[in-house]
Design a protein around this ligand. Structure first.
Ligand code: MG
Length: 326
């Protein structure tokens, strides 16, 4: 069925859309009450809050869809500040002409991602606007802060930098899908809860975490260097990139350092715990290609040692990159 403006009227059609798709798939008693606000249990102490809007094209792509990203992106942001993600809200802006089957597929995928990430989607909003059948999603998330020392300001000289896996896979999958390039590249879109929980449970004194999304690793490293007042030194040979992504980048003139992921993180840990941290990350569900890529030093800026032994300053992404990839 095509969604029309009546589905966003707040009347009977809206009710049907909400009940038949969102309440059904998100499947929890808090949302099912359909009250004006969700009332949830929270552990005492600090909470982390975040929000993000998702405008990806196409809505469905190899390795995921807009719904999966909308859940994983918000869950991962909560994890990066040492919070245990608990509850999400989901706001949908749907252009008339969108298909209920697509919406249901997206809702199902959000429900699956939420289950894997251990969160509940407890409140939502649906608006239908004039347009050409596009769907946009905003999610907000709340989590209980269990670890108060994790901050991008807390990176210290001597700390090791570990990347949790192959770079650029989300953006490479999106670029391929949009350009009609046939390959086996899939978006790496994933919730990283297990990986972070494992590091903390094993007593790793994690200094900083950042998920590698728009702007790629280069941008994340620059943000880390700036916030912590450290220089970061990385080696090109240690960067994990698949041959297929490397090949695509070569053809299109893209640099994996600036390509977005949706299921990778940069972890900053004490040097003495680097080997153990790497082992734990490699043993995690989405971390088998994790790699130590460099270290923090006194100074400023991000320096890459190339395969040929040259040294190159790495800047953050400037300009647009690629629009509507997340
Ligand atoms: Mg983030």
């Amino acid at each position: 069925m095509k969604i029309d403006l009546a589905c966003g009227s707040g009347g009977r059609e809206s009710q049907a859309l909400i009940k038949d798709i969102f309440v059904k798939h998100f499947n929890n008693t808090v949302l099912a009450r359909l009250e004006d606000a969700a009332v949830v249990e929270m552990p005492a102490g600090r909470v982390a809050l975040t929000t993000d809007s998702f405008v990806v094209t196409p809505l469905f792509f190899p390795g995921g869809d807009i719904g999966k990203i909308a859940v994983c992106g918000t869950v991962n942001d909560l994890l990066m500040v040492g919070a245990r993600p608990l509850y999400l809200t989901a706001g949908f802006i749907i252009e008339e002409g969108a298909d209920t089957e697509d919406l249901e597929r997206i809702a199902r995928s959000m429900a699956d991602a939420a289950t894997e990430a251990g969160v509940q989607i407890v409140a939502g909003d649906t608006k239908v606007i004039e347009g050409r059948g596009e769907i946009y999603i905003n999610t907000a998330g709340i989590g209980a802060v269990t670890e108060t020392k994790i901050s991008i300001a807390n990176c210290l000289p001597g700390n090791a930098l570990i990347v949790s896996g192959n770079l650029g896979e989300h953006q490479a999958a999106l670029v391929s899908a949009r350009m009609g390039i046939t390959n086996t590249i899939k978006s790496d879109c994933a919730p990283l809860r297990e990986m972070v929980a494992r590091l903390l449970a094993e007593g790793i004194e994690v200094r900083a975490l950042r998920d590698i999304t728009r702007g790629g690793l280069a941008t994340v490293l620059n943000e880390l260097a700036e916030a912590s007042g450290c220089a970061l030194s990385i080696t090109e040979a240690s960067l994990p990139v698949t041959d297929e992504v490397e090949g695509l980048c070569g053809i299109l003139g893209l640099d994996p350092l600036y390509m977005a992921n949706e299921g990778k993180l940069l972890a900053v840990v004490p040097e003495a715990q680097a080997a153990r941290s790497l082992e734990l990350m490699r043993g995690s569900k989405y971390g088998e290609h994790a790699a130590i890529i460099g270290r923090a030093e006194a100074g400023s800026g991000v320096m890459l040692t190339t395969r040929l032994g040259g040294r190159r300053l790495i800047d953050a992404l400037t300009g647009e990159g690629l629009p509507r990839i997340c």
